[in-house]
Design a protein around this ligand. Structure first.
Ligand code: ANZ
Ligand code: ZN
Length: 821
C-alpha cells in the first residue's frame, strides 16, 4: 500500500531480523572487529525515556560501524543485583529474583521492540549463578594478591536502609538512594585496595585523552586527587603520664613550616584520644560526642563556624624547635593524609578561620605583596618570597618547598611524599541480593577462600519477605544451614562470610564477560578478550563519570596484571549522552512531568521516537521532550518511505547515466554523513538526510522523474543512512527497492570523488581599492579562510610592502578589500 503505518512495519520486520540473526558478529576474522557497548541497564520496571535516548545513541554507532563493514559486537545484559529488588521482595513477601527476572523480561521485550541491534545470544544477568561464580572467582584472585582485605573502620551508615555506604554513595552527606543523612559506625568491612593503583589510574588517562569527554577525565583526576608534598614528623612533648612520641603530618606546603602556629589532629581519629592529657579528656570526649551527632552535611559545610578543643599537649616544630599547641578539631579529616596537620593560618584559610575563632597567632612567612592576613582575615596563597623563615628567607615558594624537604630529609624528620585523595573501595554490604563473598571464617585457620571448584557460593533460595529486612547485619546470617560449613582447609566447623558485594563489583567486569558469555573455564576467554577489546565505543550517562568507570578501569588493570588481557584500559572511547527532560526539568514523580516511553512508542512508533532522540540535539546535550516533535519525525519518515515506493521499478540501471545534479547531492551527503558520524554529530546527519529526501522528491516530481537511475541511487543511500536511526522504515524501503533483508548489512554507499568536486568562484582581492589578485575559492568558503588566503597572496604582500593592516573587509566568497596602515 502507499500509506505509511509504523505498526505494520514493526510487526513485519522484528521477527525477520531475529530469525536471520542479523546482529550476531561473525567473529571469523573476515572483517575488523569493533565492540560497541551501552552501559547495561538496571531492571527497575520497564524501559524509560532515558534508556531510549542512551540506547538510540549506542545503536547509531553500532549500526554505522556495521555499515562500514566492521564485524560489530553489540551485546546486551542486565545489572540485576541490588537493593530495589530486595526492598520490593520485602514489601511483597517474595524473593528478589521474582521481581528482578520479571522486570528483565519486560525490558528485554521493550528492547526488542525498540529495535536495538543487539546480539541477544550474549545476554547475561549479573545475578545468575553462572555470572556471579566468576565475580567470586575474581574476588578470590584479588584476595590472593592482597587486593581484597578486611579492616575495622568507621563507615558511612544509612540509618534508613540499614546499610554501609561507600564514600561515593554519600551525596552531600546524605544517602544517594534515599536522601537520609548519613552517620558513622565502626564495622569490620571488606575493601579492595584500589589505592595501590592510584598512580596507574592517573597515568593511563593519557590513553583516553581526546576520546573521553574532558570533564569526565577531570572528574576522575580530581577523585584520585594526587597531591605532592611531604610527611613531616613533629615530636609531641612528654608530659607526665606518657612518654614523648612523634606524630606525622602531611603538608603540600613545607615551605611554610616557619608559619605553623598550632597543630591539629582529627577529633574523631584514635590519635586525638591517644594524645589528650587527662586534664582535657572530658572536654575532648564531650566534643567528640558533638561531632558524631553532626550529619556529614553539616561537617563538610565550609560556612560552618570552626570548632575544636585544646588537648593540653604541644608539638615541636622540627625546623625551628617551636612548641605548637595541639588541638583536636573536626575540620581535619581522620581519613585523609595522616589525620594530623600543622596549621599555617597566614596561608591556609581553614587554619586562619580556626585561629581567628580561638585567638591563635598568625604569622605570614610568604610575602605575596598582599595585605597581612592577620588584618584582613584572608589567607594569602599566591606566589611570593619567603620571610620570617630563617634559612629559607628569600626563596620562592617552589624553591622553599624543595629546600624545606631537603632539610627535613637530612635531619631524618620527614620525607617527600605523594598523597592521594582516593580511598580503598569498601565493597561489603550487609544485604541479601548481591554476590556472596566467597570466604569462610574458621576459628583455626582464619579467613579461607572458598576453593574455585566449589564456586559459585549460591545465595540460599529459602529467604524471602521480612527475612530480608535490613537489620545492620546481613540477612544471610539468619540462614543457619547456609552459614555453617566445614572449613575447606582443616575440615573443622566454620562459617561463611555473610556479606555480599557492592553491585559496582558486578559491573566492573561485565564488559569482559560479554566477549565469551558462555565460557566455563574462567570469567572470560582471554583470546576472545584480546580479539574484541578494548570496547571501541562505550555509551552511558555522566552519572557514572566517576565510580563505575574508575572501578572498571581498576578491574581491567588487575585482570591485566593477572596476565589475562593485553590491554590496560577497558573503554577506548566514551560518549555521555544527555538527559531527556520535560519542560526543561528532569522527569520526576514529584514534578509529575514524567513521559512514558511505551505510550510514546504506541503513539508515534519506534522509528519516530528514535529519530527524534537523535535529531533533537548533539548526543551529549539534553533533549527537552516538550520542545521536540515526534509527529514531525513521523511525517519525515513517511516522506522518505514513499520515495522507495515511487522508484520500485528500474533496478539495475547504471547510476552513472543518471541526473548529475541529484547524484552530486547524494554523494556529497553520503561523504559528509560519514564525517559527521565519525565526529559524533548524529543530529546533523539527520538534517542532511532530510535535505537529501527533499532533493530526491523534487527530482521525482519536477525533475528527471522516478525512473532516473540517480533517483534510485539517492533512495538507496537514504535507506542505508536511515537504517542507523529508523531501522523499521529503512528495512521496508530496502524491501520496496527490491532487496533482501537486512538493510543493516547493506554496506555504506561508495562515494565517487568526481561527484564531490565543489563549485568554485573567483574572489577579487583589492589593496586600497586596486585589484591585486584573483583567487579560485569554494563557494562556501568562510570569511576567515578567505581573509587568510587573501593576506597570503604574493601580489597582495608586494602591494602592502611591509605596511601593517588598518582594516580588512571580507565579503565571502567574492571580495576582499585591504586598507594598509
Ligand atoms: C600546611 C599548609 C600550609 C597546608 C598552607 C596548606 C596550605 P590537598 O592539596 O588537598 O592534598 N591537610 C592535610 N591533611 C588534612 C586532613 N586530614 N584534613 C584536612 N586538611 C588536611 O591538601 C593538603 C593540605 O591540606 C595540607 O597542606 C594540609 O595543610 C591540609 F599554606 O599543610 B597544608
Ligand atoms: Zn580451618
Amino acid at each position: 500500500g502507499s500509506t505509511y503505518r509504523f505498526q505494520d512495519l514493526e510487526a513485519k520486520w522484528g521477527p525477520v531480523w531475529e530469525e536471520l540473526g542479523v546482529f550476531t558478529p561473525k567473529d571469523d576474522g573476515s572483517a575488523e572487529r569493533r565492540y560497541v557497548l551501552d552501559m547495561f541497564p538496571y531492571p527497575s520496571g520497564d524501559l524509560h525515556m532515558g534508556h531510549a535516548e542512551a540506547f538510540a545513541m549506542g545503536d547509531v554507532v553500532a549500526r554505522y560501524w556495521r555499515q562500514r563493514g566492521y564485524d560489530v559486537m553489540h551485546p546486551i545484559g542486565w545489572d540485576s543485583f541490588g537493593l530495589p529488588a530486595e526492598n520490593a521482595a520485602i514489601k511483597r513477601n517474595a524473593h528478589p529474583a521474582e521481581w528482578t527476572y520479571a522486570n528483565i523480561d519486560t525490558q528485554a521485550a521493550s528492547f526488542k521492540r525498540y529495535a536495538i541491534s543487539a546480539d541477544w545470544s550474549r545476554r547475561l544477568h549479573t545475578s545468575d549463578p553462572e555470572y556471579y561464580r566468576w565475580t567470586q572467582w575474581l574476588f578470590t584472585r584479588f584476595y590472593e594478591k592482597g587486593l581484597a582485605y578486611r579492616k575495622d573502620h568507621p563507615v558511612n551508615w544509612c540509618p534508613k536502609d540499614q546499610t554501609v555506604l561507600a564514600n561515593e554513595q554519600v551525596v552531600n552527606g546524605a544517602c544517594e538512594r534515599c536522601g537520609t543523612p548519613v552517620t558513622k559506625k565502626s564495622l569490620n568491612q571488606w575493601y579492595f585496595k584500589i589505592t595501590e593503583y592510584a598512580d596507574r589510574l592517573l597515568q593511563d588517562m593519557e590513553q583516553l585523552k581526546g576520546h573521553w569527554p574532558e570533564r569526565v577525565l577531570a572528574m576522575q583526576r580530581n577523585w584520585i586527587g594526587r597531591s605532592e608534598g611531604a610527611h613531616v614528623d613533629f615530636v609531641i612533648e612528654a608530659a607526665g603520664e606518657r612518654p614523648e612520641h612523634k606524630v606525622t603530618v602531611f603538608t603540600t606546603r613545607p615551605d611554610t613550616l616557619h608559619g605553623a602556629t598550632f597543630f591539629v589532629v582529627a577529633a574523631d581519629a584514635d590519635l586525638a584520644s591517644d594524645l589528650v592529657t587527662e586534664a582535657h579528656r572530658a572536654e575532648l570526649e564531650a566534643y567528640q560526642e558533638q561531632v558524631k551527632a553532626l550529619s556529614e552535611i553539616e561537617r563538610q559545610s565550609t560556612e560552618r563556624e570552626k570548632t575544636g578543643v585544646f588537648t593540653g599537649r604541644y608539638a615541636v616544630n622540627p625546623l625551628n624547635g617551636e612548641k605548637l599547641p595541639v588541638w583536636a578539631a573536626d575540620y581535619v579529616l581522620a581519613d585523609y593524609g595522616t589525620g594530623a596537620i600543622m596549621a599555617v593560618p597566614a596561608h591556609d584559610q581553614r587554619d586562619l578561620d580556626f585561629a581567628t575563632k580561638f585567638g591563635l597567632p598568625v604569622r605570614a612567612v610568604l610575602d605575596t605583596g598582599e595585605e597581612d592576613p592577620a588584618v584582613t582575615g584572608l589567607a594569602t596563597t599566591g606566589e611570593g618570597i619567603l620571610v620570617n623563615s630563617g634559612e629559607l628567607d628569600g626563596l620562592s615558594k617552589a624553591e622553599g618547598i624543595a629546600r624545606a624537604i631537603e632539610m627535613v630529609e637530612a635531619a631524618g624528620t620527614g620525607e617527600r611524599t605523594v598523597n592521594f585523595r582516593l580511598r580503598d573501595w569498601l565493597l561489603s554490604r550487609q544485604r541479601f541480593w548481591g554476590t556472596p563473598i566467597p570466604i569462610i571464617h574458621c576459628a583455626e585457620c582464619g579467613e579461607v577462600p572458598v576453593p574455585d571448584e566449589h564456586l559459585p557460593v549460591r545465595l540460599p533460595d529459602n529467604l524471602r519477605g521480612e527475612q530480608l529486612a535490613p537489620k545492620g547485619t546481613s540477612p544471610l546470617a539468619a540462614a543457619e544451614e547456609w552459614v555453617n560449613v566445614p572449613c575447606p582447609r582443616c575440615g573443622g566447623p566454620a562459617r561463611r562470610d555473610t556479606d555480599t558485594m557492592d553491585t559496582f563489583v558486578d559491573s566492573s567486569w561485565y564488559f569482559l564477560r560479554f566477549v565469551s558469555p558462555q565460557y566455563t573455564e574462567g570469567p572470560f576467554d582471554p583470546e576472545a578478550a584480546a580479539r574484541w577489546m578494548p570496547v571501541g565505543q562505550y555509551v552511558g550517562g555522566v552519572e557514572h563519570a566517576i565510580l563505575h568507570l574508575l572501578y572498571s578501569r581498576f578491574f581491567t588493570k588487575v585482570v591485566h596484571d593477572l596476565g589475562l588481557v593485553p590491554f590496560t584500559e577497558p573503554f577506548s572511547a566514551l560518549l555521555n549522552q544527555g538527559q531527556v527532560l520535560n519542560g526543561g526539568k528532569a522527569m520526576s514523580k514529584s514534578l509529575g512531568n514524567g513521559v512514558d516511553l511505551g505510550e510514546q512508542l504506541d503513539k508515534f512508533g519506534v522509528d519516530a521516537v528514535r529519530l527524534t532522540m537523535v535529531f533533537a540535539s548533539p548526543p551529549e546535550d539534553d533533549v527537552d521532550w516538550a520542545d521536540v516533535s515526534p509527529s514531525g519525525s513521523g511525517k519525515f519518515l513517511a516522506r522518505a518511505w514513499r520515495l522507495a515506493g515511487d522508484v520500485s521499478s528500474g533496478a539495475g540501471a547504471d547510476p552513472a547515466s543518471g541526473d548529475r545534479a541529484l547524484r552530486a547531492v547524494t554523494h556529497r551527503t553520503v561523504a559528509d554523513c560519514a564525517e559527521l558520524l565519525d565526529s559524533g554529530k548524529f543530529n546533523v546527519v539527520v538534517a542532511r538526510l532530510m535535505e537529501l529526501v527533499n532533493a530526491t522528491r523534487k527530482a521525482i516530481d519536477s525533475g528527471p522523474g522516478a525512473a532516473d537511475p540517480a533517483v534510485r541511487e539517492a533512495v538507496e543511500a537514504t535507506a542505508v543512512i536511515l537504517s542507523l536511526f529508523a531501522p523499521y522504515t529503512a528495512e521496508d524501503m530496502w524491501s520496496l527497492l527490491g532487496h533482501e533483508p537486512a538493510v543493516a548489512n547493506a554496506g555504506w554507499p561508495a562515494v565517487d570523488p568526481a561527484l564531490l568536486v565543489q563549485d568554485t568562484v573567483v574572489a577579487v582581492v583589492q589593496v586600497q581599492g586596486k585589484v591585486r589578485d584573483r583567487l579560485d575559492v569554494p563557494v562556501d568558503i568562510t570569511e576567515e579562510a578567505l581573509r587568510e588566503l587573501a593576506l597570503a597572496s604574493e601580489p597582495v604582500q608586494r602591494a602592502l610592502d611591509g605596511r601593517g593592516l588598518r582594516t580588512v573587509i571580507v565579503r565571502a566568497p567574492k571580495l576582499v578589500n585591504i586598507v594598509p596602515a
